[in-house]
Design a protein around this ligand. Structure first.
Ligand code: NAP
Ligand code: GDD
Length: 343
């Protein structure tokens, strides 16, 4: 049985990856912060919590990382743990650098010291492209990050490439575009929309406040993306790969698609921060714009070209935008129904 160590197993991707690796007969070890409750709701929702061995790990503590890797003796490490919320990174630039940038180096250095044959996956991000002028972006597009998160992740991406190229470590970096699911945190815009509009539909909430409705993202399904992470580590040679759908939609389009699934007809009035979304049937304002949710800097249109992953890993996303929005909304409807049963 192969052993995998997943950092950030309590997060969205950690949960789906754990499920995927267990289905592929791996022994799965997952790290969590000493202060975080495990197994957490996501692993429980997937019904895999009991099959995982949990270990406490602090990304700021090199000695602790060394001790965990010696104890687990993994064949593969999937490094997913990070402070991943872009909006918050503007408030915590020092901390995010330590966790999202230096944390990667600490793990790679521990691999080099303990066992250089351990295979390593780094969760990099489309945010590294930032103020990009080229669309779609490929692995060769220059990086211009626009926020502390993207900047810290770019360091993690480069150090992963360096350890691969100069020290011969099997270290791959996935340049991941936004990927979502019913397990997505509620602070991210997609889940905020599916949850809030569902609550509005069932009378549990009155309005949904959003930031920039015109922002565009390349949204895929998290379950599809974790399979590509695994494929990278099964490949004979390590490399960098874009994971994306190649299609982009606006936040407003996401709202409209969710409303369609919920059979709400939204009509838009006003411009920019004065935009409101009105339920055509009831006349109620159900979507408003709150500039507090605007970012100090917004990335331009991020859309990825995943043709390298398709040709070298035989990977492509299986789930369409419409399917993704539908499955997320149906999951939130299910939660409301459960809430009603328990109330
Ligand atoms: P997520 O749901 O936010 O999960 C992040 C994980 O990191 C959680 O397990 C969290 O543990 C852990 N974590 C947070 N801060 C930490 C810290 N200071 N020290 C140690 N662990 C910490 O993120 P995700 O969506 O699964 O994303 C997984 C990875 O892919 C992240 O590195 C993210 O930056 C990257 N990524 C994600 C996307 C996307 O669209 N989802 C796109 C590009 C890149 P706690 O339970 O302790 O909070
Ligand atoms: N969170 C949030 N809340 N975003 C909003 C809102 C709101 O109320 N209204 C509009 N947005 C816009 C943001 O300005 C941004 O342009 C877009 O919606 C997506 O925001 P998030 O869902 O917070 O995700 P993100 O794109 O900033 O970051 C995610 O994707 C990155 C990859 O591109 C995260 O998963 C990152 O960890 C990941 O690296």
């Amino acid at each position: 049985m192969k052993r995998a160590l997943i950092t950030g197993i309590t997060g969205q991707d950690g949960a789906y990856l754990a499920q995927f690796l267990l289905e592929h007969q791996y022994q799965v070890y997952g790290t969590h912060r000493a202060t975080s409750a495990v197994p957490g709701w996501r692993l429980q929702a997937l019904g895999v919590a009991q099959d995982i061995a949990f270990v406490s790990l602090d990304l700021l503590d090199f000695e602790n990382i060394v001790q965990v890797i010696r104890q687990v003796e993994p064949d593969e490490i999937y490094h997913l743990a990070a402070q991943s919320f872009v909006a918050k990174s503007f408030e915590q630039p020092l901390y995010i650098t330590d966790v999202d940038a230096m944390g990667v180096t600490r793990i790679l250095e521990a691999i080099r010291t303990i066992n250089p044959t351990i295979r390593f996956f780094q969760a990099s991000t489309a945010e590294m492209f930032g103020e990009v002028q080229i669309s779609p972006q490929s692995e060769n597009t220059p990086f211009l990050p626009r926020n502390p998160y993207g900047t810290a992740k770019l360091y993690g991406h480069w150090i992963t490439s360096n350890f691969r190229d100069t020290l011969n470590i099997h270290a791959s970096s996935g340049i991941l575009y936004n990927h979502e699911s019913p397990l997505r945190g509620e602070e991210f815009v997609t889940r905020k929309i599916t949850k809030s509009l569902t609550q509005i539909k069932y009378g549990l909430q009155t309005t949904l406040e959003l930031g920039n409705l015109e922002a565009q993202r390349d949204w895929g399904y998290a379950k599809d993306y974790v399979e590509a992470m695994w494929k990278m580590l099964q490949s004979e040679t390590a490399d960098n790969y874009i994971l994306a759908t190649g299609k982009t939609r606006s936040v407003k389009e996401f709202v409209e698609m969710v409303a369609q699934v919920l059979e709400i007809q939204i009509s838009w009035q006003g411009q920019a921060e004065n935009t409101v979304g009105i339920d055509a049937k009831t006349g109620q304002t159900i979507v408003t714009v709150n500039p507090n949710f605007y970012r100090p800097t917004e990335t331009t249109v991020l859309v990825g070209d995943a043709s390298k992953a398709q040709s070298k890993l035989n990977w492509q996303p299986k789930t369409s935008f419409e399917e993704l929005v539908t499955l997320m909304t149906l999951a939130d409807i299910e939660k409301v129904m459960q809430f009603r049963v328990n109330a």
